[in-house]
Write a protein that binds this ligand. Structure first.
Ligand SMILES: Cc1cc2nc3c(=O)[nH]c(=O)nc-3n(C[C@H](O)[C@H](O)[C@H](O)COP(=O)(O)O)c2cc1C
Length: 161
């Protein structure tokens, strides 16, 4: 088995933490649900976040150079579907759901997330359909660090205990 189908099937076996990548300001806020986020380096604190070029979120990060990674818990499953586009909402309309606040940097963040990483883009790598944004972490908020995050595996959520 080779090709895109096999790739997607194989990657569905790789469990991932569920996040919302948020960016933009005011009425131009943008966000997507994303599992393609991983740690890059502790010095400097940095991570990689991958977003489809067709999303408003990727375009907005390209313009602003700043984004937040909001780590989701069990109470955020419905919200993650909103930010995956499953309810038909796009752009700013998604932010009518969830407890969104504005960081000092102006980037929106989820004020009841498990943790939030506010990042400045230092590099954006274009590859195929996606950009890989390398972000230096400028602020970390461990809001509900004792709650369990959720994982995405095999096209469904899994609670960790
Ligand atoms: C669990 C889950 C994980 C996802 N992970 C990513 C991801 O890492 N990167 C990405 O670009 N899209 C990812 N998506 C899809 C985006 O959330 C979706 O394409 C996006 O919300 C569409 O936004 P748009 O309406 O602005 O185009 C994921 C979707 C789900 C349900």
């Amino acid at each position: 088995m080779t090709g895109e189908e096999a790739f997607k099937k194989g990657m569905s076996l790789l469990a991932g933490g569920v996040t919302i990548i948020s960016t933009g300001t005011g009425a131009e806020r943008r966000g997507i649900t994303a599992t393609a986020v991983c740690s890059l380096s502790a010095n400097p604190p940095s991570l990689v976040a991958c977003a489809n070029k067709d999303t408003g979120t990727a375009q907005s990060i390209k313009e602003s150079g700043i984004f937040a990674v909001n780590v989701l818990g069990g109470g955020h499953k419905d919200l993650s579907m909103v930010f995956a586009g499953a309810t038909g909402l796009s752009g700013e309309h998604r932010f009518q759901h969830g407890n969104w606040a504005e960081h000092d940097s102006k980037v929106p963040y989820l004020d009841n997330a498990i943790a939030v990483f506010v990042c400045e883009t230092v590099e954006s790598i274009s590859h195929g359909t996606h950009y890989a944004f390398i972000g230096n972490v400028k602020d970390i908020m461990l809001i509900n660090e004792n709650e369990m995050p959720i994982a995405w595996l095999g096209s469904s959520f899994h609670s960790l205990s």
